[in-house]
Ligand binder design. Sequence first.
Ligand code: SF4
Length: 173
Amino acid sequence: MSALDRYRELVAKVDVFFGRVEQRHGDQLLCGSGCFDCCLVRLSVTPVEAIVIADALAPLPATTRAHLAERARRDDPERCAALGDDGRCAIYAGRPLVCRSHGVPIRQRDARAEVVIDTCFRNFAERGAGAADPDCVLDQTTLSLTLLAIDSAHAAETGGAAGRRIAIADLLR
Ligand code: SF4
């Protein structure tokens, strides 16, 4: 299986995972469509993610792509270049892995290297993200290492360098 196919498979798994969290804990997920708190950043992605983003961009109307390109050229450091004026992601179908886990409980290490379960401040406000079912907690380390392995495989396939990052803004220009 190619690295790109492995990436698409990983994306499908994360999307299924997200659906499970929504099904089990939907009442605790208060961030949702139209909320863009997580999008007030500049992101970079791996080359395989860039391919999937390009696939999502291709069918957009020329006027939309031109608008996104113009926004990307402005290079706003406080807003993702793919965030539309309507507060929605213009490349939603191809958004990178990190964006697919926005809002779910995530197991990660804090600044003191202690394992914590965290999520968006809007979600699980009453009981905390640690109250989520164990199979509704995304392990950040596992996800990052899996993406890293896919990126290395893609670099080996294409003769490129592993670890290369591409700014989303550069993909939209
Ligand atoms: S790619 Fe889309 S979901 Fe991700 S930060 Fe940018 S606008 Fe938000």
